[in-house]
Design a protein around this ligand. Structure first.
Ligand code: HEC
Length: 403
């Protein structure tokens, strides 16, 4: 009797908290290249729940934004995917109590969403850094923001910065003329695609080689956003394998979200064809970790809390941003990313950080050639089971999900 009780307690401690969603695409024969939120094709689509967690890696340079985001909950979104021979289309729905649309001439922040693809996913254990890629591990990102109108001097949709009305050289009558001009040539859409290897290295794809379009609509306190793009173009080949990983991001304008201040999912497997190969991506991203959360917590307090802040390190870590803040790391990381971060920090560097948050401790050193070396020591001396225990614990670090 006693023996059974003991076994049960041990099992109770073993974590399998992590079970990632798998999104199965619905096969279509109709044209998907012009799909919008209203298209009837979505009626036959199946929706899968995913969760997006507040990205708490760095501290913003904006007190107001930091206060607004100090206790943000994770958000559920519903995602449906359609696929035909040529194209793939996504529909993402998420609740948002306030519609924030950026008007061309003020500096408000807009709601928006992004869908991110790794350029190379042949080894799903080594995916890019989730926050817009990392050196040597590029991502392709499609971004759509809710924008009313923005100043377009040439109508090419390539205006990176909004023109501030207050900074315009026009007054009174001239200002009215200016406004009319903005209205006439403004695009009411803000959709872009980038190749990213980290926060500050986003290169916009605007050579026309990537054909895509996105759409965003608000109703009943909910946003719906679509993206359609070819399965294959110069930047991405999603046909290679029956499955590939995708990550989703959402910006909430009401909370002053922009750039790295957003909600982010982990890499989620999308299945478009049930080939043998499919299993590689799906298995890698969904296999539960067999680790002891409690032991992992002890290991983390002993080995990681000198640099990283997470639940339980209050008063231990010198600064909440001494190193990337791990408060939500379990929400937007794969198990393999966590293993790799522990054993070989150099493999995928967290690309950018806010120097103001911890002036005495650099996250990486840069040599004359611009090569960066992580300042995190590798913990490759740990026993494999200890690493699993740590990973199981790190996976529990994430915000509560909004009801
Ligand atoms: C000496 C300080 C230091 C220690 C100790 C340390 N780290 Fe780090 N860690 C860093 C720095 C700096 C980075 C950012 C640079 C990089 O990506 O390697 C980082 C990055 C990470 C990341 C990636 C974070 C992200 O947002 O993607 C994870 C995960 C991580 N560390 C886990 C750990 C774990 C687990 C331990 C303990 C076993 C640990 N670290 C110990 C400094 C440290």
């Amino acid at each position: 009797m006693k023996k059974i009780a003991l076994t049960l307690t041990t099992i109770g401690l073993i974590s399998s908290v992590y079970a990632n969603s798998v999104i199965n695409a619905t096969k279509m024969t109709t044209d998907l290249s012009k799909i919008t939120v209203d298209s009837k094709e979505w009626k036959s689509a199946k929706f899968t729940d995913i969760v997006l967690y507040p990205q708490t890696t760095i501290k913003m340079n904006d007190k107001n934004a930091n206060t607004k985001n100090s206790d943000v909950k994770a958000k559920k979104a519903k995602v449906a995917v359609l696929v035909n021979d040529k194209d793939i289309a996504f529909l993402v729905k998420w609740a948002d109590g306030t519609k924030s649309v950026q008007a061309g001439h003020n500096s408000s922040y807009a709601d928006g969403f992004a869908i991110q693809f790794p350029e190379n996913f042949s080894n799903p254990k080594e995916l890019p850094y989730i926050g817009m890629g990392s050196e040597g591990r590029n991502v392709v990102i499609h971004l759509q923001k809710a924008v009313d109108a923005f100043y377009e001097p040439n109508g090419n949709q390539d205006v990176a910065h909004q023109v501030s009305r207050n900074n315009s050289p026009y007054f009174e009558k001239e200002l009215q003329v200016f406004d009319a001009k903005v209205k006439a040539i403004a695009s009411n859409d803000y959709q872009k695609a980038y190749v990213g290897a980290g926060f500050r290295s986003m290169t916009e794809i605007k050579d026309g080689s990537s054909k895509f379009s996105s759409d965003m609509q608000y109703g009943k306190k909910e946003w719906s956003g679509t993206l359609n793009r070819p399965l294959k173009d110069d930047y991405l080949d999603l046909t290679k394998n029956g499955s590939f990983p995708v990550a989703f991001a959402i910006w909430d304008g009401e909370n002053s979200n922009r750039d790295g201040l957003k909600l982010l999912s982990t890499w989620v497997p999308i299945v478009i064809d049930t080939k043998n190969d499919t299993l590689k991506v799906v298995d890698t991203l969904t296999t539960p970790v067999k680790g002891d959360v409690k032991k992992g917590q002890e290991l983390a307090m002993a080995n990681c809390a000198a640099c990283h802040a997470f639940k339980g390190t209050e008063g231990v870590t010198p600064s909440p941003y001494m190193a990337p803040n791990l408060s939500n790391i379990g929400g937007y990381s794969t198990a393999d990313y966590l293993r790799e971060s522990i054993l070989n920090p150099q493999a995928a560097l967290v690309p950018g950080y806010n120097r103001n948050a911890h002036k005495n401790f650099a996250w990486y050193n840069t040599d004359e050639k611009g090569n960066r070396t992580s300042t995190m020591p590798p913990f490759n001396w740990m026993q494999p089971q200890e690493v699993e225990d740590l990973v199981a614990f790190l996976q529990t670090l994430k915000a509560e999900v909004e009801k």
